[in-house]
Design a protein around this ligand. Sequence first.
Ligand code: FAD
Length: 332
Amino acid sequence: MSHTILVIAEHNQSALRRVTLEALQAAIDVVSGSSGTVHCFIAGKQEKELQASAEHLLRHGAQHCYLAVDEYHDSLQALTSLPPLLVVIEDLKPDFIIAGHTVYGRELAPRLAARLASGYIADVTAIRVENEQVLFTRPIYAGKAFETRLFQGSSPHIVTLRPNNFLPADEKNGELFTDLSEAISLANQPAAPLSVIVESVAKRISKGIDLTEADIIVAGGRGVQGSEGFKLLQELADELGGAVGASRGACDAGYCDYSMQIGQTGKVVTPKLYIACGISGAIQHVAGMSQSHTIVAINKDPEAPIFSIADYGIVGDLFEIVPLLTAELKKL
Ligand code: FAD
């Protein structure tokens, strides 16, 4: 069975977010071996930048890109993306619409589902095609179990993918339209927002690394004891090329900013390596990081619940262990 898939692209200023390339590859995998096609929708303010992003997507396997250009798309917002997106959907009639499970995707997907009276499966971590049916797996009960779902009813079916769970699309050779401009169309429809942003304040992020897309995260809890302790974690993260995250306990105590909070009411992360320092492992924290590929826990309490989900556990004082790790890495 061949499917038409629309990927909703996301970009950070001029660069595409990695989750978009992950969604693109997931879509390519679903249509592989069939005559299905993968299309992308991308909204933004500057046509030139969008063209560059569209070309990037086309070189990475998309067959067609729809650009929505409007000054209201200065920052990506569900309410402003919706009008041009609905026009594209009307034109393309996709079977599936895939977005990242990000702030943007999480706001856009349910609005879209409501408008189209479609089904929506959120926070998907795996997709497989079985007997011509597309199955979507996602964690439930704060990551303690997984469920696999199948859409019923009329399409389009809407899905958001948890970042860092799919391989990003790589550059494809020889599969391009000869004239890139033929593979790009404008989907201009006045954005007509019901509200506009009057001010946005960018929070500090570790060396420009977005926590939700970081491959390595060094996270601190109440055991870090203050903002000075977080400097130790930052040094370790810098050596590893990673980002610093935190438990809500650490944020509530004022050791760090809430933008760093990981968990049920914070960010959901899936890095390759998660180093939890002085974090007890409360279920609300684990909900946001349990899918990390390798978990290392440093805690002085051998009974701390974090050890039950850790791949490697170090029982000891983080103020001794973290600087030791950093010093060893510096020697490499
Ligand atoms: P603690 O539980 O106090 O643990 C500190 C740990 O540090 C201990 O295990 C201790 O042994 C260890 N330690 C102390 N000193 C050292 C040292 N020198 N060296 C090594 N280890 C040391 N929490 C989140 O994190 N994210 C969420 O999104 C979130 N959402 C919530 C939503 C709701 C509705 C509720 C009710 C709670 C939520 N929480 C969340 C809070 C959660 O329940 C915990 O209170 C919180 O995660 C605890 O943070 P912590 O592990 O840093 O602190």
